[in-house]
Design a protein around this ligand. Structure first.
Ligand code: ADP
Length: 485
Protein backbone atom coordinates (compact mmCIF):
# COMPACT_ATOMS: atom_id res chain seq x y z
CA UNK A 1 0.00 0.00 0.00
CA UNK A 2 1.47 3.42 -0.89
CA UNK A 3 2.43 5.60 2.06
CA UNK A 4 2.49 9.33 1.64
CA UNK A 5 4.84 11.39 3.68
CA UNK A 6 3.45 14.65 4.90
CA UNK A 7 5.49 17.79 5.25
CA UNK A 8 5.31 19.19 8.78
CA UNK A 9 2.37 21.58 9.16
CA UNK A 10 2.70 23.02 12.65
CA UNK A 11 0.20 25.55 13.90
CA UNK A 12 1.86 28.69 15.25
CA UNK A 13 1.63 29.28 18.98
CA UNK A 14 2.25 33.00 18.55
CA UNK A 15 -1.47 33.71 18.95
CA UNK A 16 -1.51 32.75 22.62
CA UNK A 17 -0.01 34.83 25.32
CA UNK A 18 0.60 32.51 28.25
CA UNK A 19 1.38 34.39 31.44
CA UNK A 20 4.19 33.05 33.67
CA UNK A 21 1.74 32.72 36.54
CA UNK A 22 -2.00 32.80 37.14
CA UNK A 23 -4.13 33.64 40.16
CA UNK A 24 -7.70 32.59 40.93
CA UNK A 25 -10.61 34.35 39.23
CA UNK A 26 -12.85 35.47 42.06
CA UNK A 27 -15.43 38.25 42.11
CA UNK A 28 -14.46 39.39 38.62
CA UNK A 29 -10.73 39.80 39.28
CA UNK A 30 -7.61 37.67 39.38
CA UNK A 31 -6.54 37.26 43.00
CA UNK A 32 -3.78 35.36 44.77
CA UNK A 33 -4.36 31.86 46.04
CA UNK A 34 -3.14 30.76 49.45
CA UNK A 35 -2.25 27.14 48.65
CA UNK A 36 0.98 25.96 47.04
CA UNK A 37 1.20 27.04 43.38
CA UNK A 38 1.61 24.24 40.87
CA UNK A 39 2.97 23.97 37.35
CA UNK A 40 1.04 23.00 34.28
CA UNK A 41 3.07 21.34 31.51
CA UNK A 42 2.75 20.63 27.83
CA UNK A 43 2.40 16.83 27.84
CA UNK A 44 3.90 16.57 24.35
CA UNK A 45 7.21 18.14 25.42
CA UNK A 46 7.12 18.31 29.25
CA UNK A 47 7.76 22.05 28.92
CA UNK A 48 6.39 24.04 31.85
CA UNK A 49 3.73 26.39 30.47
CA UNK A 50 2.80 28.36 33.57
CA UNK A 51 2.53 28.35 37.32
CA UNK A 52 -1.01 28.30 38.64
CA UNK A 53 -2.38 29.26 42.05
CA UNK A 54 -3.82 26.60 44.30
CA UNK A 55 -7.05 27.54 46.04
CA UNK A 56 -7.18 26.41 49.67
CA UNK A 57 -10.40 26.09 51.66
CA UNK A 58 -10.38 29.82 52.53
CA UNK A 59 -10.00 30.74 48.85
CA UNK A 60 -12.86 28.43 47.93
CA UNK A 61 -14.93 30.09 50.64
CA UNK A 62 -14.12 33.50 49.15
CA UNK A 63 -15.19 32.29 45.70
CA UNK A 64 -18.45 30.82 47.01
CA UNK A 65 -19.20 34.09 48.84
CA UNK A 66 -18.49 36.09 45.67
CA UNK A 67 -20.85 33.81 43.76
CA UNK A 68 -23.52 34.21 46.47
CA UNK A 69 -23.24 38.00 46.43
CA UNK A 70 -23.46 38.07 42.64
CA UNK A 71 -26.45 35.73 42.78
CA UNK A 72 -28.38 37.72 45.37
CA UNK A 73 -27.60 41.23 44.16
CA UNK A 74 -27.42 40.81 40.40
CA UNK A 75 -27.94 37.53 38.63
CA UNK A 76 -31.15 36.37 40.31
CA UNK A 77 -32.62 39.78 39.43
CA UNK A 78 -31.43 39.69 35.83
CA UNK A 79 -34.10 38.78 33.31
CA UNK A 80 -33.76 35.67 31.17
CA UNK A 81 -33.57 37.94 28.17
CA UNK A 82 -30.55 39.76 29.56
CA UNK A 83 -28.85 36.56 30.71
CA UNK A 84 -29.30 35.30 27.17
CA UNK A 85 -27.57 38.40 25.81
CA UNK A 86 -24.52 37.73 27.96
CA UNK A 87 -24.42 34.11 26.88
CA UNK A 88 -24.65 35.13 23.23
CA UNK A 89 -21.82 37.57 23.80
CA UNK A 90 -19.65 34.86 25.37
CA UNK A 91 -20.41 32.50 22.47
CA UNK A 92 -19.41 35.16 19.95
CA UNK A 93 -16.16 35.92 21.78
CA UNK A 94 -15.31 32.21 21.88
CA UNK A 95 -15.75 32.13 18.12
CA UNK A 96 -13.71 35.28 17.61
CA UNK A 97 -10.90 33.93 19.78
CA UNK A 98 -11.28 30.32 18.62
CA UNK A 99 -7.74 29.93 17.29
CA UNK A 100 -6.29 31.20 20.54
CA UNK A 101 -8.41 28.75 22.53
CA UNK A 102 -7.58 25.84 20.21
CA UNK A 103 -3.83 26.43 20.42
CA UNK A 104 -3.89 26.87 24.19
CA UNK A 105 -6.01 23.74 24.64
CA UNK A 106 -3.63 21.69 22.53
CA UNK A 107 -0.57 23.01 24.36
CA UNK A 108 -1.99 22.29 27.80
CA UNK A 109 -3.81 19.05 27.04
CA UNK A 110 -1.80 17.32 24.29
CA UNK A 111 -4.78 16.74 21.98
CA UNK A 112 -4.27 17.24 18.23
CA UNK A 113 -4.86 20.79 17.03
CA UNK A 114 -7.33 19.57 14.43
CA UNK A 115 -9.52 18.23 17.23
CA UNK A 116 -9.32 21.29 19.48
CA UNK A 117 -9.89 23.50 16.42
CA UNK A 118 -12.70 21.49 14.82
CA UNK A 119 -14.42 19.86 17.80
CA UNK A 120 -13.69 21.28 21.25
CA UNK A 121 -13.85 24.99 20.56
CA UNK A 122 -16.77 25.07 18.06
CA UNK A 123 -18.81 22.80 20.33
CA UNK A 124 -18.03 24.96 23.36
CA UNK A 125 -19.32 28.02 21.46
CA UNK A 126 -22.35 26.01 20.32
CA UNK A 127 -23.23 25.21 23.95
CA UNK A 128 -23.28 28.89 24.82
CA UNK A 129 -25.37 29.73 21.74
CA UNK A 130 -27.83 26.95 22.50
CA UNK A 131 -28.28 27.89 26.14
CA UNK A 132 -28.46 31.58 25.30
CA UNK A 133 -31.59 30.64 23.40
CA UNK A 134 -33.10 28.91 26.42
CA UNK A 135 -32.44 31.69 28.95
CA UNK A 136 -35.70 33.56 28.27
CA UNK A 137 -37.76 30.48 27.41
CA UNK A 138 -37.36 28.38 30.57
CA UNK A 139 -41.07 28.71 31.31
CA UNK A 140 -41.74 26.69 28.16
CA UNK A 141 -39.29 23.89 28.96
CA UNK A 142 -41.77 21.69 30.82
CA UNK A 143 -39.73 21.99 34.01
CA UNK A 144 -42.37 23.68 36.14
CA UNK A 145 -43.39 27.31 36.41
CA UNK A 146 -44.97 29.08 33.47
CA UNK A 147 -43.89 31.51 30.79
CA UNK A 148 -44.74 34.39 33.15
CA UNK A 149 -43.15 32.70 36.15
CA UNK A 150 -40.28 30.52 34.91
CA UNK A 151 -38.69 27.85 37.12
CA UNK A 152 -36.31 29.21 39.71
CA UNK A 153 -32.54 28.75 39.72
CA UNK A 154 -30.84 26.80 42.50
CA UNK A 155 -28.39 29.52 43.56
CA UNK A 156 -24.65 28.90 43.74
CA UNK A 157 -23.37 25.94 41.77
CA UNK A 158 -19.99 24.24 42.32
CA UNK A 159 -18.67 22.56 39.19
CA UNK A 160 -15.70 20.23 38.92
CA UNK A 161 -14.41 19.14 35.53
CA UNK A 162 -11.78 16.73 34.17
CA UNK A 163 -8.81 17.23 31.87
CA UNK A 164 -9.93 15.43 28.71
CA UNK A 165 -12.08 18.25 27.23
CA UNK A 166 -11.17 21.21 29.44
CA UNK A 167 -12.95 24.03 27.60
CA UNK A 168 -15.81 21.90 26.33
CA UNK A 169 -16.62 20.52 29.79
CA UNK A 170 -16.48 24.07 31.13
CA UNK A 171 -19.06 25.05 28.50
CA UNK A 172 -21.26 22.03 29.32
CA UNK A 173 -21.26 23.17 32.93
CA UNK A 174 -21.31 26.96 32.84
CA UNK A 175 -23.70 27.58 29.92
CA UNK A 176 -26.80 25.82 31.36
CA UNK A 177 -26.06 27.03 34.89
CA UNK A 178 -25.98 30.69 33.83
CA UNK A 179 -28.91 30.30 31.42
CA UNK A 180 -31.04 29.08 34.32
CA UNK A 181 -29.94 31.98 36.53
CA UNK A 182 -27.36 30.34 38.80
CA UNK A 183 -23.89 31.65 39.61
CA UNK A 184 -20.87 29.42 39.42
CA UNK A 185 -17.64 28.38 41.10
CA UNK A 186 -15.80 26.11 38.67
CA UNK A 187 -12.70 24.05 39.32
CA UNK A 188 -10.81 22.90 36.23
CA UNK A 189 -8.54 19.84 36.41
CA UNK A 190 -5.05 20.42 37.75
CA UNK A 191 -3.28 19.33 34.55
CA UNK A 192 -5.36 21.54 32.22
CA UNK A 193 -6.31 24.84 33.88
CA UNK A 194 -5.25 27.28 31.16
CA UNK A 195 -8.31 27.48 28.91
CA UNK A 196 -10.55 27.98 31.95
CA UNK A 197 -8.32 30.88 32.97
CA UNK A 198 -8.53 32.28 29.45
CA UNK A 199 -12.30 31.88 29.70
CA UNK A 200 -12.15 34.10 32.80
CA UNK A 201 -10.75 36.80 30.49
CA UNK A 202 -13.68 36.20 28.14
CA UNK A 203 -16.07 36.83 31.04
CA UNK A 204 -14.29 40.12 31.69
CA UNK A 205 -14.36 41.01 28.00
CA UNK A 206 -18.08 40.24 27.82
CA UNK A 207 -18.70 42.50 30.81
CA UNK A 208 -20.31 39.66 32.77
CA UNK A 209 -21.16 41.00 36.23
CA UNK A 210 -18.33 40.19 38.70
CA UNK A 211 -18.84 37.00 40.70
CA UNK A 212 -21.26 35.32 38.29
CA UNK A 213 -18.40 33.05 37.16
CA UNK A 214 -15.53 32.24 39.51
CA UNK A 215 -12.64 29.92 38.65
CA UNK A 216 -10.65 28.21 41.40
CA UNK A 217 -7.63 26.13 40.43
CA UNK A 218 -6.11 23.23 42.33
CA UNK A 219 -6.28 19.45 42.59
CA UNK A 220 -8.44 17.03 44.61
CA UNK A 221 -8.32 18.96 47.92
CA UNK A 222 -9.59 22.13 46.22
CA UNK A 223 -12.43 20.13 44.67
CA UNK A 224 -13.17 18.58 48.03
CA UNK A 225 -13.34 22.00 49.70
CA UNK A 226 -15.87 23.06 47.08
CA UNK A 227 -17.93 19.90 47.52
CA UNK A 228 -18.00 20.28 51.30
CA UNK A 229 -18.78 23.99 51.33
CA UNK A 230 -22.19 24.51 52.98
CA UNK A 231 -22.87 27.58 50.81
CA UNK A 232 -23.01 25.57 47.61
CA UNK A 233 -26.53 24.61 46.47
CA UNK A 234 -25.54 22.10 43.85
CA UNK A 235 -22.47 20.19 42.71
CA UNK A 236 -22.03 19.10 39.11
CA UNK A 237 -19.11 16.75 38.61
CA UNK A 238 -17.54 15.10 35.58
CA UNK A 239 -14.64 12.75 36.22
CA UNK A 240 -13.77 9.29 37.41
CA UNK A 241 -16.29 6.96 39.03
CA UNK A 242 -13.93 6.65 42.00
CA UNK A 243 -14.02 10.38 42.77
CA UNK A 244 -17.74 10.52 41.88
CA UNK A 245 -18.40 8.02 44.66
CA UNK A 246 -16.37 10.10 47.14
CA UNK A 247 -18.39 13.16 46.20
CA UNK A 248 -21.72 11.31 46.46
CA UNK A 249 -20.73 10.21 49.98
CA UNK A 250 -19.65 13.73 50.92
CA UNK A 251 -22.97 15.34 49.95
CA UNK A 252 -25.21 12.51 51.18
CA UNK A 253 -27.51 13.83 53.90
CA UNK A 254 -26.84 17.49 53.08
CA UNK A 255 -29.11 19.79 51.12
CA UNK A 256 -26.62 19.99 48.25
CA UNK A 257 -27.94 18.59 44.98
CA UNK A 258 -25.69 16.50 42.81
CA UNK A 259 -25.28 15.38 39.22
CA UNK A 260 -22.47 13.03 38.22
CA UNK A 261 -21.05 12.20 34.80
CA UNK A 262 -18.55 9.44 35.37
CA UNK A 263 -16.66 6.71 33.56
CA UNK A 264 -17.68 4.33 30.82
CA UNK A 265 -16.75 1.14 29.02
CA UNK A 266 -18.82 1.47 25.89
CA UNK A 267 -19.57 -1.41 23.56
CA UNK A 268 -19.33 -0.72 19.84
CA UNK A 269 -21.32 -3.55 18.22
CA UNK A 270 -20.62 -4.48 14.60
CA UNK A 271 -23.09 -6.84 12.93
CA UNK A 272 -22.03 -8.92 9.95
CA UNK A 273 -24.22 -6.88 7.59
CA UNK A 274 -22.57 -3.57 8.48
CA UNK A 275 -20.77 -1.41 5.93
CA UNK A 276 -17.35 -2.52 7.13
CA UNK A 277 -15.17 0.32 5.90
CA UNK A 278 -17.54 2.84 7.44
CA UNK A 279 -17.57 0.81 10.63
CA UNK A 280 -13.76 0.90 10.67
CA UNK A 281 -13.87 4.71 10.53
CA UNK A 282 -16.36 4.73 13.41
CA UNK A 283 -14.28 2.31 15.44
CA UNK A 284 -11.17 4.45 14.95
CA UNK A 285 -13.08 7.60 15.88
CA UNK A 286 -14.69 5.76 18.80
CA UNK A 287 -11.49 4.79 20.55
CA UNK A 288 -8.64 6.88 19.13
CA UNK A 289 -10.35 10.29 19.13
CA UNK A 290 -8.68 12.41 21.82
CA UNK A 291 -6.21 9.55 22.53
CA UNK A 292 -9.11 7.57 23.94
CA UNK A 293 -9.38 10.06 26.82
CA UNK A 294 -13.15 10.01 26.38
CA UNK A 295 -15.62 8.74 28.97
CA UNK A 296 -17.94 7.53 26.21
CA UNK A 297 -15.12 5.98 24.12
CA UNK A 298 -16.03 2.81 22.23
CA UNK A 299 -13.42 0.79 24.08
CA UNK A 300 -15.05 -2.65 23.69
CA UNK A 301 -15.49 -3.67 20.10
CA UNK A 302 -18.07 -6.46 19.81
CA UNK A 303 -17.79 -8.06 16.38
CA UNK A 304 -20.06 -10.71 14.93
CA UNK A 305 -17.88 -13.79 14.69
CA UNK A 306 -18.24 -14.38 10.94
CA UNK A 307 -16.62 -11.03 10.06
CA UNK A 308 -14.06 -10.87 12.86
CA UNK A 309 -10.92 -11.64 10.85
CA UNK A 310 -11.91 -9.43 7.94
CA UNK A 311 -12.78 -6.50 10.18
CA UNK A 312 -9.63 -6.77 12.27
CA UNK A 313 -7.52 -6.86 9.08
CA UNK A 314 -9.22 -3.72 7.75
CA UNK A 315 -8.83 -2.03 11.11
CA UNK A 316 -5.13 -2.82 11.30
CA UNK A 317 -4.62 -1.53 7.77
CA UNK A 318 -6.38 1.72 8.70
CA UNK A 319 -4.46 2.12 11.96
CA UNK A 320 -1.18 1.86 10.08
CA UNK A 321 -2.07 5.19 8.43
CA UNK A 322 -2.74 7.06 11.69
CA UNK A 323 -0.23 9.76 12.45
CA UNK A 324 0.92 9.89 16.05
CA UNK A 325 3.02 12.85 17.09
CA UNK A 326 3.25 16.61 17.53
CA UNK A 327 -0.26 17.71 18.59
CA UNK A 328 0.38 21.14 17.08
CA UNK A 329 0.84 19.60 13.63
CA UNK A 330 -2.38 19.89 11.62
CA UNK A 331 -1.87 16.40 10.16
CA UNK A 332 -1.62 14.65 13.53
CA UNK A 333 -4.34 12.13 14.40
CA UNK A 334 -3.17 11.06 17.85
CA UNK A 335 -1.50 13.45 20.23
CA UNK A 336 0.11 13.06 23.63
CA UNK A 337 -1.27 11.33 26.70
CA UNK A 338 -2.31 14.05 29.11
CA UNK A 339 -0.01 13.24 32.04
CA UNK A 340 2.67 10.90 33.30
CA UNK A 341 0.17 9.51 35.80
CA UNK A 342 -2.37 8.68 33.09
CA UNK A 343 0.33 7.12 30.92
CA UNK A 344 1.25 4.89 33.84
CA UNK A 345 -2.39 3.76 34.25
CA UNK A 346 -2.68 2.95 30.54
CA UNK A 347 0.59 1.00 30.56
CA UNK A 348 -0.47 -0.95 33.62
CA UNK A 349 -3.80 -2.00 32.09
CA UNK A 350 -2.29 -2.81 28.70
CA UNK A 351 0.34 -4.98 30.40
CA UNK A 352 -2.45 -6.70 32.34
CA UNK A 353 -4.22 -7.41 29.04
CA UNK A 354 -1.13 -9.14 27.75
CA UNK A 355 -0.53 -11.02 30.99
CA UNK A 356 -4.12 -12.26 31.02
CA UNK A 357 -3.67 -13.76 27.56
CA UNK A 358 -5.10 -11.32 25.01
CA UNK A 359 -3.14 -10.62 21.81
CA UNK A 360 -1.65 -7.16 21.68
CA UNK A 361 -1.05 -5.30 18.42
CA UNK A 362 0.08 -1.78 17.53
CA UNK A 363 1.09 -0.32 14.18
CA UNK A 364 4.72 0.65 13.75
CA UNK A 365 5.09 4.22 14.99
CA UNK A 366 7.93 6.28 16.33
CA UNK A 367 7.22 7.90 19.64
CA UNK A 368 9.16 10.86 20.96
CA UNK A 369 11.31 10.20 24.01
CA UNK A 370 10.16 13.50 25.52
CA UNK A 371 6.56 13.86 26.60
CA UNK A 372 3.95 11.19 27.30
CA UNK A 373 3.07 8.84 24.46
CA UNK A 374 1.24 5.61 23.89
CA UNK A 375 0.70 3.95 20.48
CA UNK A 376 -2.75 3.02 19.20
CA UNK A 377 -3.24 -0.49 20.54
CA UNK A 378 -5.66 -3.28 19.69
CA UNK A 379 -6.20 -6.39 21.78
CA UNK A 380 -7.85 -9.37 20.11
CA UNK A 381 -8.88 -12.59 21.79
CA UNK A 382 -10.21 -10.64 24.76
CA UNK A 383 -12.42 -12.45 27.28
CA UNK A 384 -15.13 -10.68 29.25
CA UNK A 385 -13.26 -11.42 32.47
CA UNK A 386 -10.09 -9.61 31.37
CA UNK A 387 -9.36 -6.33 33.09
CA UNK A 388 -9.12 -4.58 29.69
CA UNK A 389 -12.73 -5.64 29.05
CA UNK A 390 -13.95 -4.57 32.48
CA UNK A 391 -12.02 -1.46 33.48
CA UNK A 392 -11.90 1.93 31.86
CA UNK A 393 -8.45 2.41 30.31
CA UNK A 394 -9.01 6.02 29.26
CA UNK A 395 -6.38 5.67 26.58
CA UNK A 396 -5.91 4.53 22.96
CA UNK A 397 -6.53 0.86 23.72
CA UNK A 398 -9.24 -1.18 22.04
CA UNK A 399 -10.44 -4.59 23.25
CA UNK A 400 -12.00 -6.82 20.59
CA UNK A 401 -14.56 -9.46 21.61
CA UNK A 402 -16.89 -11.54 19.45
CA UNK A 403 -20.54 -12.60 19.51
CA UNK A 404 -22.74 -14.89 17.42
CA UNK A 405 -26.32 -13.72 17.99
CA UNK A 406 -27.89 -10.32 18.65
CA UNK A 407 -28.96 -11.53 22.10
CA UNK A 408 -25.36 -12.40 22.92
CA UNK A 409 -24.21 -8.98 21.69
CA UNK A 410 -26.68 -7.26 23.99
CA UNK A 411 -25.79 -9.45 26.97
CA UNK A 412 -22.09 -8.78 26.52
CA UNK A 413 -22.58 -5.06 25.88
CA UNK A 414 -24.56 -4.72 29.11
CA UNK A 415 -22.11 -6.80 31.11
CA UNK A 416 -20.38 -3.82 32.67
CA UNK A 417 -20.85 -1.68 35.76
CA UNK A 418 -21.01 1.33 33.43
CA UNK A 419 -23.69 2.56 31.04
CA UNK A 420 -22.71 5.78 29.35
CA UNK A 421 -22.76 5.10 25.62
CA UNK A 422 -22.83 2.42 22.94
CA UNK A 423 -22.58 2.07 19.17
CA UNK A 424 -24.38 -0.20 16.71
CA UNK A 425 -23.32 -0.90 13.13
CA UNK A 426 -25.81 -2.59 10.81
CA UNK A 427 -27.47 -1.85 7.48
CA UNK A 428 -30.77 -3.11 8.88
CA UNK A 429 -32.84 -0.50 10.70
CA UNK A 430 -34.98 -2.97 12.63
CA UNK A 431 -31.87 -4.68 14.02
CA UNK A 432 -30.44 -1.34 15.09
CA UNK A 433 -33.68 -0.42 16.89
CA UNK A 434 -34.04 -3.86 18.47
CA UNK A 435 -30.51 -3.60 19.83
CA UNK A 436 -30.72 0.03 20.95
CA UNK A 437 -33.88 -0.75 22.91
CA UNK A 438 -32.02 -3.32 24.96
CA UNK A 439 -28.79 -1.48 25.67
CA UNK A 440 -28.43 0.04 29.12
CA UNK A 441 -26.55 3.12 27.96
CA UNK A 442 -27.43 6.81 28.12
CA UNK A 443 -26.43 7.48 24.51
CA UNK A 444 -26.63 4.97 21.67
CA UNK A 445 -25.14 5.86 18.29
CA UNK A 446 -26.16 3.99 15.14
CA UNK A 447 -23.73 3.77 12.22
CA UNK A 448 -21.67 6.56 13.74
CA UNK A 449 -19.88 7.23 17.01
CA UNK A 450 -18.84 10.15 19.24
CA UNK A 451 -21.37 12.61 17.82
CA UNK A 452 -22.08 15.48 20.18
CA UNK A 453 -24.61 18.25 19.98
CA UNK A 454 -25.77 20.73 22.60
CA UNK A 455 -29.41 19.88 21.88
CA UNK A 456 -28.93 16.22 22.73
CA UNK A 457 -28.92 15.03 26.35
CA UNK A 458 -25.84 13.12 27.49
CA UNK A 459 -25.43 11.07 30.65
CA UNK A 460 -25.25 7.64 32.15
CA UNK A 461 -26.84 4.62 33.73
CA UNK A 462 -25.41 2.67 36.67
CA UNK A 463 -21.85 3.63 37.65
CA UNK A 464 -21.62 6.12 34.80
CA UNK A 465 -23.55 8.55 36.97
CA UNK A 466 -26.87 10.35 37.02
CA UNK A 467 -28.35 13.51 35.59
CA UNK A 468 -28.21 14.66 31.98
CA UNK A 469 -26.21 17.41 30.31
CA UNK A 470 -27.37 19.16 27.17
CA UNK A 471 -30.78 19.51 25.62
CA UNK A 472 -33.96 20.29 27.54
CA UNK A 473 -33.16 17.49 29.98
CA UNK A 474 -29.89 19.15 30.96
CA UNK A 475 -31.72 22.27 32.15
CA UNK A 476 -33.50 20.22 34.81
CA UNK A 477 -30.22 19.93 36.71
CA UNK A 478 -30.10 23.70 37.22
CA UNK A 479 -33.63 24.68 38.21
CA UNK A 480 -35.43 24.19 41.50
CA UNK A 481 -38.54 22.46 40.21
CA UNK A 482 -38.45 19.54 37.89
CA UNK A 483 -42.18 19.06 37.27
CA UNK A 484 -42.70 17.21 34.04
CA UNK A 485 -38.96 16.64 33.51
P1 ADP B 1 -9.61 11.65 36.02
O1 ADP B 1 -9.46 10.22 36.35
O2 ADP B 1 -10.35 11.92 34.77
O3 ADP B 1 -8.39 12.46 36.26
P2 ADP B 1 -10.67 12.61 38.46
O4 ADP B 1 -12.00 12.14 38.92
O5 ADP B 1 -9.45 12.21 39.21
O6 ADP B 1 -10.66 12.19 36.97
O7 ADP B 1 -10.65 14.17 38.32
C1 ADP B 1 -11.73 14.93 37.85
C2 ADP B 1 -11.79 16.23 38.63
O8 ADP B 1 -12.11 15.93 39.99
C3 ADP B 1 -10.50 17.02 38.64
O9 ADP B 1 -10.82 18.39 38.53
C4 ADP B 1 -9.93 16.69 40.01
O10 ADP B 1 -9.06 17.68 40.51
C5 ADP B 1 -11.19 16.60 40.86
N1 ADP B 1 -11.06 15.83 42.09
C6 ADP B 1 -10.19 14.83 42.39
N2 ADP B 1 -10.40 14.34 43.65
C7 ADP B 1 -11.44 15.06 44.15
C8 ADP B 1 -12.18 15.03 45.40
N3 ADP B 1 -11.87 14.16 46.37
N4 ADP B 1 -13.21 15.88 45.57
C9 ADP B 1 -13.56 16.72 44.58
N5 ADP B 1 -12.93 16.81 43.40
C10 ADP B 1 -11.88 15.99 43.17
Amino acid sequence: MPRFDYAPAPESRAIVDIRPSYGLFVGGAFVEGHGTPFKTVNPATEEVLAEVAEADAADVDRAVKAARTAYTRVWSRTSGRDRGKWLFRIARILQERSREFAVLETLDNGKPIKESRDVDVPLAAAHFFYHAGWADKLGYAGLGGSPADPPRPLGVVGQIIPWNFPLLMLAWKIAPALACGNTVVLKPAETTPLTALLFAEVCEQAGLPPGVVNIVTGAGPTGQALVEHPGVDKIAFTGSTEVGKLIARAVAGTRTRLTLELGGKAANIVYADAALDQAVEGIVDGIFFNQGHVCCAGSRLLVQESIHDDLVRRLQRRLATLRVGDPMDKNTDLGAINSAAQLEKIRELADAGEAEGANRWSPACELSSRGYWFPPTVFTGVAQSHRIAQEEVFGPVLSVLTFRTPAEAVAKANNTPYGLSAGIWSEKGSRVLWTADRLRAGVVWANTFNRFDPTSPFGGYKESGYGREGGRHGLAAYVASEVGA
